[in-house]
Design a protein. Structure first.
Ligand code: FRU
Length: 495
């Protein structure tokens, strides 16, 4: 493929990823499951293709991939724009907002400019409620529920119910740390503690969009569990051009209802995704049996410059989060949800002679607009492999096998409309190291993105990349640049 691909081809809507009906979209907000419906609200500027006065857009789904657009849930008013936040089911009516019945309660940050200068603003926490399954919303008359503290960045409330203490907890991003507040009734919040001044990754960008949840450690015989605190690290506008832009870190530890204790205080950075386009992730509230999450499939570094066709921005596929005991300790891993697998059907893939030696090997040309793939392979020690998943913008996964570990890197090259997507990320980028001899790669390629989960023996890497791909051009090519590889299995599904 030479030259810039035609723009129309790059801006087709993805088939399984959520996109806004029109206009600009960023963070997922208010993810909550209620009455058989998954609610997805999102940061929305309906009348423009760049970020601006933030509304909460709204959609619902029963299967996590057919989304029905609903009217805008929250609109800016004299209190300011409606920035990111979360939602919960008030099942016992503790807020008193539902005449003893139940309803949905949303928490968001009201963002108000002071004067004409966009650099001067105030942020406070507001509440809105709905008694008709999110179809209509009322802003609470007692807003703000938490007043502006006297410093600028104070936002993105994530509210959870803490079973053990029987209280509600709010995690809030404040400058470059997290504050935890507690309440009995969802309305009256008290500051309980702060976390992160001296832990985790700090750039010049603000911390944003926290999330907090408890998960069992899979495979633990004595039923161990841990708390996970997820924190977005916002863009540092003065940072170097080749910085990571916006990215998502997490902490593993204990939470007693008031205070988060980090199990790995000396670990500078645990990344939830090693790619470039996984930000403002939020998990769903009130899903009974698993922890599901969706992220904004974008990066503040170039989100306003990607190709558009009357809409701009996409969400990741929904993922299930789980804790795994790895040889590096307990880590947050992800899996694609089984619902999505039902939306594709298997393609036939020709059998291979093993092992593959130096040279290019076209594994398959699915010729579909949406491809789900899985590949298990065992590279010989010292081998270098490059897996290409489509044409257009090239997305490549690079594996360098050692004796009992494999180095994983990736490369993204090509155009995004009139600019090059690789200008911010020149060259090959290291993702991490996997343990064991066998590597299993699972991926989804849809219009505009590649999402990969790559597993070693106990470790996993997640790599999410916006791609601006040419539909139908998703040949799967494995290039053995040195050494050899044993292909154990490959499966492809199309949708
Ligand atoms: C993260 C973020 C949030 C904020 C929202 C504004 O992407 O900067 O911190 O609430 O976007 O749209």
């Amino acid at each position: 493929m030479t030259g810039a691909p035609p723009l129309e081809a790059l801006t087709q809507r993805p088939l399984r990823h959520f996109t806004p009906p029109q206009g600009w979209m960023n963070d997922p907000n208010g993810l909550v499951y209620h009455d058989g419906e998954y609610h997805l609200f999102y940061q929305y500027h309906p009348d423009n293709l760049v970020w601006g006065p933030m509304h909460w857009g709204h959609a619902v789904s029963r299967d996590l991939y057919h989304w029905q657009h609903l009217p805008i849930a929250l609109t800016p008013d004299e209190d300011g724009m409606c920035f990111s936040g979360s939602a919960v089911v008030d099942g016992h009516g503790v807020s008193g907002l539902f005449d003893g019945g139940e309803g949905l309660v949303a928490f968001y940050t009201a963002h108000r400019f002071i004067g004409d200068d966009e650099a001067h603003y105030e942020q406070e926490q507001h509440l809105a409620w709905s008694r008709d399954n999110g179809r209509s919303w009322h802003k609470y008359v007692g807003n703000p529920i938490i007043a502006a503290p006297g410093f600028r960045d104070f936002r993105d409330p994530k509210v959870i119910y803490h079973e053990q203490s029987g209280r509600w907890v709010m995690a809030l991003a404040c400058g470059q740390h997290i504050r935890f507040y507690t309440a009995d009734n969802l309305l009256d919040w008290q500051l309980a503690s702060e976390f992160g001044h001296d832990q985790g990754c700090h750039t010049n960008g603000p911390w944003e969009c926290p999330d907090l949840f408890e998960l069992p450690v899979e495979g633990s015989s004595h039923g161990a569990s841990r708390w996970v605190l997820v924190v977005g690290v916002g863009i540092d506008h003065d940072g170097p051009q080749d910085s990571m832009g916006s990215f998502t870190q997490y902490f593993i530890g204990h939470f007693d209802g008031e205070r988060f204790h980090n199990d790995n205080p000396d670990e500078p950075l645990l990344l939830m995704d090693q790619g470039r386009d996984f930000y403002a992730v939020q998990s769903f509230s009130d899903v009974p049996d698993r922890r599901l999450a969706i992220a904004w499939l974008n990066n503040w570094q170039y989100a306003g410059h990607t190709p558009e066709a009357g809409w701009r921005g996409a969400m990741t596929l929904p993922r299930e989060l789980y804790l795994a005991a790895t040889d590096h300790g307990i880590r947050l891993h992800q899996r694609f949800v089984p619902e999505l697998a039902r939306s594709v059907s298997p393609l036939e893939v020709a059998p291979f002679d093993a092992p593959l030696k130096e040279g290019h090997h076209l594994l398959a040309t699915p010729g579909a607009d949406l491809v789900r793939g899985a590949l298990t392979l065992e590279p010989a020690a010292g081998s270098r492999l490059v897996l290409s998943l489509q044409q257009g913008t090239q997305q490549q996964l690079i594996l360098c096998a050692g004796d009992d570990t494999t180095e994983v890197a990736y490369r993204r090259e090509g155009h995004s409309g009139v600019t090059r997507v690789d200008q911010h990320f020149p060259g090959e980028r290291r993702a991490g190291e996997l343990d064991g001899r066998q590597i299993r790669i699972q991926w989804w390629v849809d219009h505009g993105s590649v999402e990969m989960l790559i597993h070693g023996r106990t470790r996993q890497l997640s790599i999410t990349l916006a791609g601006f791909l040419l539909p139908h051009r998703y040949p799967v090519t494995l290039s053995v640049q040195s050494g050899s590889v044993h292909l154990i299995d490959i499966s492809l599904d199309a949708g």
